[in-house]
Design a protein around this ligand. Structure first.
Ligand code: CMC
Length: 428
C-alpha cells in the first residue's frame, strides 16, 4: 500500500481511495469501495485500465519492451535456460537447484502417458477437425479421467493436476496431429527430453523412426519458453475467471484453450504465416501495407501490434534469430522469410505504424520456424497452448492459494429496454 490516496468527487462528496504499489510498474487505485461509496461502477471494456488481480509471476513493461518471469528477463531465459527450468520457475517462484530440476523433470516425464481410453475419445472427431477443436474437447475431458486430482482445495491434488497438465499436453497435442494426419498415435519415451519427446511423438511413424535434431529441439524449446506465460492476457484471464468459481483445473485449462484459439490471440501465428504466404513476393508488400492502413478494409497486418507492447516485443527478437538458425540448419530457402524481413523493415519505417506504435509481435516469425520444422499451420495454436499451459496452471494455482480470492463477477452499463409488461403472442 502506498502512502498516497486518490480522491474522487461524485455529486459533491469526495472520497479517498488507496493507491497500491507493486514491486515495479504502475500503481493501482483500489476502487473496491467505489460502488458502496457512490453507487457507480467503473467502465472499462477490454479491461485496458483494470488490474484484475495481484500476481508475482510475470511483469511486462510494454513501452520499454520488457518481459520478466519471476524477475528474470525473457531474453536470458530463452538463451540460457530450458523450458523445464522455466516451468519450475513459474510454478515455484525460484530457479531450481540441480537436484530440484532433476526431480521435477523425472516427475513430469513419469506423467506423460495418457489414460489408454483417452485414445478412443479422439475417434469421435471428424478426421478434418481443427486440432484446436480436438484440444478443447480432449483437455476438457481429462477431468473425467483423473478424478483424483480435481479437488482444488487440496494443495497436493493441485500440484498433481498441474504436473499432469504440463506432462500430458505434448502427448495430447501430438495425438491431435496424428489423428488429423490419419497416422497411428506414438507413445511417449522416457529417455527423451520433454521437447524431443514431443517432436518424436509428432513426427515419428512406425515405419520410420524420427531422430530429433539438437538444433530443432533447441529452437522448439525456445519457442515453448517464449510462450510460457504472459501475465493477464485474454486466455489467462479466462482460466482465472473459470477457476474463480471453483471449477476443476482441467476444465479451466480447456476454457483457456478455447479463448487462445481466436485470431487476435493465439490464432495470430497461423494467420501471420497465411498472410505472408498470400503476399508471396516482396513486390506485393506495398499493396498489403496500403490495405492495413485503409480504415475501410478490415485487413490487419497479422503478427503486428499488441495490446501491451508499444515497442518491439522482446519475444520477437529471439524468434527472428531462431528463424534464421532453423532455416540455415535445415537448408530451407523459404521466400516467406524474406517477405517477413522486408515487410518488417517497411512497416517499421512507415509513419502509420510508427505513430500507432505497431511492432512485430511473437507471432510474426514463429510461423516461419514452425513451418520449416514441418508443422502444418493448424498446429501452430496447439503449440502455443502446449507452452502456455504452465503459465495458465501457475496463474490458476496462484489465484486458488490467495485467501482473498473471490468469484470473478464484472459489472455492466445496462443499455437494454427498461421494465415493460409482457404482451401475449396474439396481441403483438
Ligand atoms: N495492422 C494494422 N493496423 C493495426 C494493427 C495491425 N496489425 N494493429 C492495430 N492497428 C491499428 C488499429 O486499427 C487502431 O487504429 P486506430 O487508432 O486508427 O483505430 C490502432 O492500431 C490501435 O489498435 P487497437 O485494435 O486499438 O489495439 P489493441 O491493443 O486493442 O489490439 C491487437 C491489439 C493485437 C489485437 C492488434 O494489434 C491486432 O489485431 N494485431 C494483429 C493480430 C495479432 O498479431 N495478434 C497477436 C498478438 S501477440 C500474441 C498474444 O500475446 O496473444
Amino acid at each position: 500500500m502506498s502512502d498516497s490516496n486518490a480522491s474522487l468527487t461524485v455529486g459533491g462528496a469526495t472520497k479517498d481511495y488507496a493507491v497500491m504499489d507493486g514491486t515495479v510498474g504502475p500503481q493501482v487505485i483500489d476502487v473496491r469501495k467505489l460502488y458502496a461509496n457512490t453507487g457507480m461502477f467503473t467502465y472499462d471494456p477490454g479491461f485496458t485500465s483494470t488490474a484484475s488481480c495481484d500476481s508475482g509471476l510475470t511483469y511486462i513493461d510494454g513501452d520499454a519492451g520488457v518481459l520478466l518471469h519471476r524477475g528474470y528477463p525473457i531474453g536470458q531465459l530463452a538463451e540460457q535456460s530450458s523450458f523445464m527450468e522455466v516451468c519450475y520457475l513459474l510454478l515455484n517462484g525460484e530457479l531450481p537447484s540441480k537436484g530440484e530440476l532433476d526431480k521435477f523433470i523425472t516427475t513430469i516425464t513419469r506423467h506423460t502417458m495418457v489414460h489408454e481410453q483417452l485414445t478412443t475419445f479422439y475417434r469421435g472427431f471428424r478426421r478434418d477437425a481443427h486440432p484446436m477443436a480436438i484440444m478443447c474437447g480432449v483437455v476438457g475431458a481429462l477431468s473425467a479421467f483423473y478424478h483424483d486430482s480435481t479437488d482444488i482445495n487440496d494443495p497436493a491434488q493441485r500440484t498433481i493436476a498441474s504436473h499432469r497438465l504440463i506432462a500430458k499436453m505434448p502427448t495430447i497435442a501430438a495425438m491431435a496431429y496424428k489423428y488429423s494426419a490419419g497416422q497411428p498415435f506414438v507413445y511417449p519415451r522416457n529417455d527423451l527430453s520433454y521437447t524431443a519427446n514431443f517432436l518424436r511423438m509428432t513426427f515419428s511413424v512406425p515405419a520410420e523412426e524420427y531422430e530429433p535434431d539438437p538444433v530443432i529441439v533447441d529452437a522448439m524449446d525456445k519457442i515453448f519458453i517464449l510462450h510460457a506465460d504472459h501475465e493477464q492476457n485474454a486466455s489467462t484471464s479466462t482460466v482465472r475467471l473459470a477457476g474463480s468459481s471453483g471449477a476443476n483445473p482441467f476444465a479451466c485449462i480447456a476454457a483457456g484453450i478455447a479463448c487462445l484459439w481466436g485470431p487476435a490471440h493465439g490464432g495470430a501465428n497461423e494467420a501471420a504465416l497465411n498472410m505472408l504466404r498470400e503476399i508471396g513476393t516482396v513486390d506485393k508488400i506495398p499493396e498489403y501495407i496500403a490495405r492495413a492502413k485503409n480504415k475501410d478494409d478490415p485487413f490487419r497486418l497479422m503478427g503486428f501490434g499488441h495490446r501491451v507492447y508499444k515497442n518491439y516485443d522482446p519475444r520477437a527478437t529471439v524468434m527472428q534469430k531462431t528463424a534464421k538458425d532453423v532455416l540455415e540448419k535445415l537448408g530451407v530457402n523459404d521466400p516467406v522469410f524474406d517477405v517477413a524481413k522486408e515487410l518488417e523493415q517497411i512497416a517499421l519505417n512507415d509513419p502509420y505504424f510508427i505513430e500507432k506504435k505497431l511492432y512485430p509481435n511473437v507471432d510474426f516469425y514463429s510461423g516461419v520456424i514452425l513451418s520449416a520444422i514441418g508443422f502444418p499451420t493448424e498446429m501452430f495454436t496447439v503449440l502455443f497452448a502446449l507452452a502456455r499451459t504452465v503459465g495458465w496452471v501457475a496463474q490458476w494455482n496462484e489465484m486458488i492459494s490467495d485467501p482473498a480470492q473471490k468469484i470473478g463477477r464484472p459489472r455492466q452499463l445496462y443499455t437494454g429496454p427498461t421494465e415493460r409488461d409482457y404482451v401475449p403472442v396474439d396481441k403483438r
